[in-house]
Design a protein around this ligand. Structure first.
Ligand code: CMC
Length: 392
């Protein structure tokens, strides 16, 4: 009784309805619960945006204070989970470690895995948002052979993350407020982006009734790919490979060559056929951070700026509507802050956790919710008879 449509890559199929995030890709508009991303990035801050995404409205001062207190009090992870990190090779990519550790949360937090209980769902969502920076920072510390650094409750969300990444027992990292603001802005700009690949993965995984930690681990795994969250690492590696502005034309030519699989990382988007509004804010933020750190003459930045200008005026990129996306500038900021490229995607993952969690909560609370079960276009053999092995 069903009419099937064939839409590989879901280029024109809605998989759900949602009231969280709106994108108009032609106009370059991104709204969370109706509020433009530019306003949220300049006037609000990450935890307030988390509240907005989760509950639909901006919090009152009292609601915000309570929410921040709740998140702060959940930042430590079960001590036994430290052993889990130690089971990985030191040279494991932090994303690999995060997929494992976040999935393992379902083995530690039994009182928040029953998805039929709204209170447990609430606790699971708070735990995920609170513990993700701790987990990302621990994955980093482990990879560089330094001891884990416990969270500090007197610091805000972004400053605490910088502390856990850069402090060592011998010396506390001094968190510059301009840098923690830039960090917070990176979190805010990545907080949610409607039904992208990783969010759709979280929804599909949870449509079977799987526990939230398992579903978020699935989202992290999907985000890792270079066409999605892995683009920020790939972009910086590309800028480094280009090295000097005089080599840009060679890479532009490669990106245009249909026989070369190379793509300009940080350019293009499935939905945005205009400037990514997140990229506009990220670019300003990059300028601020580099000025503060006195590294405006950073060669990577010069390559990035020239590449952007050349691509924005090149017939190929113009006609295909390929604009810089959010990941084009985030890497430059993170590099200037002292993060290795392998931490770029974990930072995206911790930022996006609230989006995954909000979409998951919305889906579970929907009485129409049913298991996601796409159909296919079968192109294989028609029915045929089995042939005994000696007759093949
Ligand atoms: N460099 C060169 N050519 C490109 C690029 C690029 N970055 N992106 C798209 N194209 C071309 C592509 O070859 C195709 O050409 P044609 O129509 O002649 O075959 C056309 O533009 C359309 O591309 P598509 O692959 O059909 O578009 P898509 O919507 O499937 O892919 C994308 C979107 C983001 C995967 C792609 O633009 C890409 O691979 N970009 C580089 C990776 C990247 O920066 N990803 C981060 C996305 S933003 C953060 C996030 O959401 O995770």
């Amino acid at each position: 009784g069903h009419v099937f449509t064939y839409d590989p890559g879901f280029t024109s199929t809605a998989s759900c309805d949602s009231t969280i995030t709106y994108i108009d890709g032609d106009e370059g508009v991104l709204l969370h619960r109706g509020y433009p991303i530019g306003q949220l990035a300049s006037k609000s801050h990450y935890l307030e945006v988390c509240y907005l995404l989760l509950y639909g409205e901006l919090p009152t001062a009292a609601e915000l204070e309570k929410f921040e207190l709740t998140i702060t009090r959940h930042t430590m992870i079960h001590e036994q989970m430290h052993n889990f990190f130690r089971g990985f090779r030191r040279d494991a990519h932090p994303m690999a470690t995060m997929v494992g550790v976040v999935g393992a949360m379902s083995a530690f937090y039994h009182d928040s895995t029953d998805i039929s209980d709204s209170q447990q769902r609430e606790i699971a969502s708070h735990r995920l948002i609170a513990k993700m920076p701790t987990i990302a920072a621990m994955a980093y510390k482990y990879s560089i052979g330094q001891p884990f650094v416990y969270p500090r409750n007197d610091l805000d969300y972004a400053a605490n993350f910088l502390h856990m990444c850069f402090s060592v027992p011998a010396e506390e990292y001094h968190v510059n407020p301009i840098l923690s603001r830039a960090m917070d802005r990176i979190f805010t700009l990545h907080a949610d982006h409607e039904q992208n690949a990783s969010t759709s993965t979280v929804r599909l995984a949870s449509s079977s009734g799987a526990n939230p930690f398992a579903c978020i681990a699935a989202g992290i795994a999907c985000l890792w790919g270079p066409a999605h969250g892995g683009a920020n690492q790939a972009c910086l590696e590309m800028l480094r490979e280009i090295g000097t502005p005089d080599r840009i034309p060679e890479y532009i030519a490669r990106a245009k060559d249909k026989n070369d699989p190379f793509r300009l990382m940080g350019f293009g988007h499935r939905v945005y056929k205009n400037m990514d509004p997140r990229a506009t804010v990220m670019k300003q933020s990059a300028d601020e951070v580099l000025e503060l750190l006195g590294v405006e003459d950073n060669p990577l930045l010069q390559v990035a700026k020239e590449l952007e200008q050349i691509a924005l005026h090149d017939e190929y990129f113009v006609s295909k509507k390929l604009f810089p996306n959010v990941d084009f500038y985030s890497g430059i900021i993170l590099e200037a802050m002292g993060f290795p490229t392998s931490m770029f995607t974990p930072i995206f993952a911790l930022s996006r956790t609230v989006g995954w969690v909000s979409q998951w909560k919305e889906m579970i609370a929907d009485p129409q919710n049913k298991i996601g079960r796409p159909r296919q276009l079968y192109l294989g053999e028609t029915a045929r008879d089995y042939v005994d092995v000696e007759n093949r």
